[in-house]
Design a protein around this ligand. Structure first.
Ligand SMILES: NC(=O)c1ccc[n+]([C@@H]2O[C@H](COP(=O)([O-])OP(=O)(O)OC[C@H]3O[C@@H](n4cnc5c(N)ncnc54)[C@H](OP(=O)(O)O)[C@@H]3O)[C@@H](O)[C@H]2O)c1
Length: 265
């Protein structure tokens, strides 16, 4: 009998996850529940079952994965409560909603696992970080069996670590995309057509990612690019004088603080 996994919410992160899953061979029956009927098109694309209302597929699910916005967490858990059985493990990818909050909302005493990843889970084996309060072998086996096939699993020692990872890794791709946008806009500001700007910028970012992988020390790498008194050094000096490093560090701290108290207005 194949195991069942149910995912609640058919948004951005779910689509990324399904893209990652479809690249591997597996025997799981995957259900996605989203109250937005328009999301049904993902069923055919990913060969999964789609439901626009909460159903008893949840009773048979080994893993129930919550991938809805944090402010929807109460409604969603109230909706799964009538169907949840004690065979399930609930995994939440929602930023900033603590295990305690989730556990308090669920009627049945099931293991709750806080997880974090990012949108790159669609490509290569990205990390999935997870934390569970009362860890046991049974939970570990079930989680590993499913996620290990298409991701790198990393167990966190504390729930606080998940909040840090949310700011660093969960939001992380947006920081790189933001920087990418600045470079692309600089190409167009200097007269390049938009198509060229996109092509050259994307080539820069993927090429740079590759050389970063091959060079452990970023100082050495920068030294290879920036010669004394040269163009790169002029730009880096300007970035340092304007304390860009401080701005970026402070921004990540803001994200971390938000992840600790996401529902606070
Ligand atoms: N996106 C990322 O890069 C990322 C990275 C790390 C963690 N996360 C976490 O992952 C979670 C999902 O993020 P996302 O970007 O995928 O969000 P999203 O694109 O907004 O997807 C959420 C989906 O859930 C649906 N939904 C709303 N209420 C529901 C309900 N009661 N029952 C079932 N489905 C419901 C939404 O429908 P409507 O569109 O009609 O509202 C939407 O399709 C968030 O908690 C976020 O913190 C996201």
């Amino acid at each position: 009998m194949s195991s069942e996994v149910s995912i609640i919410g058919a948004g951005n992160l779910t689509v990324s996850l399904l893209n990652g899953i479809r690249k591997i061979k597996h025997t799981y029956k995957i259900n996605v529940i989203d109250i937005n009927k328009k999301k049904r098109s993902i069923a055919k694309k990913f060969n999964i079952n789609f439901f626009s209302s909460y159903t008893n597929v949840l009773c048979k699910s080994d893993l129930i994965i919550l991938m809805v916005k944090p402010n929807n967490y109460k409604d969603v858990i109230d909706s799964i409560n009538p169907f949840i059985s004690d065979r399930s493990i609930v995994l939440s990818f929602m930023a900033g909603i603590s295990t305690e909050k989730i556990k308090n909302q669920i009627d049945v005493n099931v293991p709750v696992v806080r997880c974090m990843t990012n949108i790159t889970i669609s490509n290569d084996k990205s990390y999935i970080f997870y934390f569970v309060k009362s860890f046991n072998k049974h939970i570990n086996i079930k989680i590993n069996k499913f996620f290990n096939k298409f991701s790198k699993l990393k167990k966190c020692k504390s729930e606080e670590e998940i909040d840090k990872i949310t700011a660093l890794y969960g939001s992380g791709p947006a920081y790189y995309v933001y920087f990418n946008q600045i470079i692309r806009d600089s190409f167009t500001a200097m007269g390049y057509k938009e198509k060229e700007a996109i092509d050259y910028t994307n080539d820069l970012i993927s090429g740079s990612a590759n050389i970063i992988k091959d060079n452990k020390r970023s100082d050495d790498l920068i030294e290879k690019i920036a010669s004394k008194g040269g163009t790169t050094q002029a730009a880096l000096l300007e970035l340092n004088n304007n304390k860009l490093n401080n701005i970026i560090s402070k921004s990540i701290i803001k994200a971390y603080k938000k992840s600790k108290n996401i529902l606070k207005k």
